[in-house]
Design a binder for this molecule. Structure first.
Ligand SMILES: [Zn+2]
Ligand SMILES: [Zn+2]
Length: 271
């Protein structure tokens, strides 16, 4: 007698393959049409990460096989505080010149990959084209990075970097929140969506130098419920870390209002 579960999964696979043959996907990276390979279709629904295969299953549906390998995971040697990836690929992690000169309000920042190539394209598609379906696999990559650098119990509160109300309404979502929305965290760690509020609309940071970025963001953030963070270890989450001015302004507000320590996690790190 035929196993019903096996028949139904074979039918499902057949339907997916037929659909794929008729409607190829468009690659987010290079714009070419491509057919999903069986591996991408199979693993796309498992929810797990397969870094060994070079890419994240859910994202494999949106990138052709050629573009999937086009991203660089962050690896040592890097700045032990801000996570800056050193050009020289020799030696141990150590503090970069900027952190030695002027350590900011956060204690440690880490990222999954370099802000370049396919990872940059995936973040752009999520943020500017509204492909919110990418938030699942990208959030999985972020969670995987979180587990790599922080032990269970190291963080009390996970807080997405907020958008100003006006930008939020224009975009319809806060990408930083979408990335952590589905996280299941052990113990007491909680995700607090609106811990930080952007009280002032600021000019876009693009095109500003480091100092202008800092001034642009002064007093732009406030903590919605300061009592909730007294002595707590907070993890700030965002999509990209460029100069660190945004997360530093958030961390300053959190520390001022009583947080014990602030760390930072982003999907990508600009070089
Ligand atoms: Zn491609
Ligand atoms: Zn540094």
């Amino acid at each position: 007698m035929l196993n019903r579960t096996r028949v139904s999964s074979t039918l499902k696979r057949l339907r997916r393959c037929l659909g794929d043959a008729l409607f190829p996907a468009k690659c987010i990276g290079c714009g070419q049409l491509f057919h999903h390979d069986a591996g991408a279709l199979e693993t796309a629904h498992t929810g797990g990460l397969t870094h060994a295969a070079g890419w994240i299953p859910g994202l494999a549906l949106h990138f052709c096989p050629g573009c999937r390998g086009q991203w660089t995971a962050v690896a040592s040697p890097l700045c032990s505080r801000c996570g800056l990836v050193f050009k020289s690929r020799q030696g141990e992690d150590h503090l970069c010149g900027r952190c030695l000169d002027r350590p900011g309000a956060f204690s440690r920042a880490r990222a999954a990959g370099i802000y370049d190539q396919s990872l940059r394209m995936a973040i752009h598609a999520l943020k500017f084209k509204g492909w919110v379906g990418l938030a699942g696999p990208l959030g999985g990559l972020l969670l995987d990075t979180f587990r790599r650098y922080w032990a269970s119990g190291d963080i009390d509160v996970v807080a997405p970097v907020p958008l100003h109300r006006r930008r939020f309404h224009r975009r319809g979502f806060n990408q930083a929140h979408l990335l952590v929305r589905r996280w299941r965290l052990p113990g007491e760690t909680v995700v607090v969506r609106d811990l930080l509020v952007r009280t002032r609309a600021t000019a876009p940071q693009t095109g500003l130098d480091r100092r202008q970025r800092r001034t642009n963001l002064e007093n732009a953030f406030s903590v919605s419920r300061p009592g909730q963070i007294t002595g707590k270890r907070v993890l700030l989450v965002d999509d990209v870390l460029t100069t660190g001015a945004t997360v530093n302004a958030c961390a300053t507000a959190l520390i001022r209002d009583g947080a014990g320590r602030v760390d930072v996690l982003t999907l990508a790190r600009a070089l």
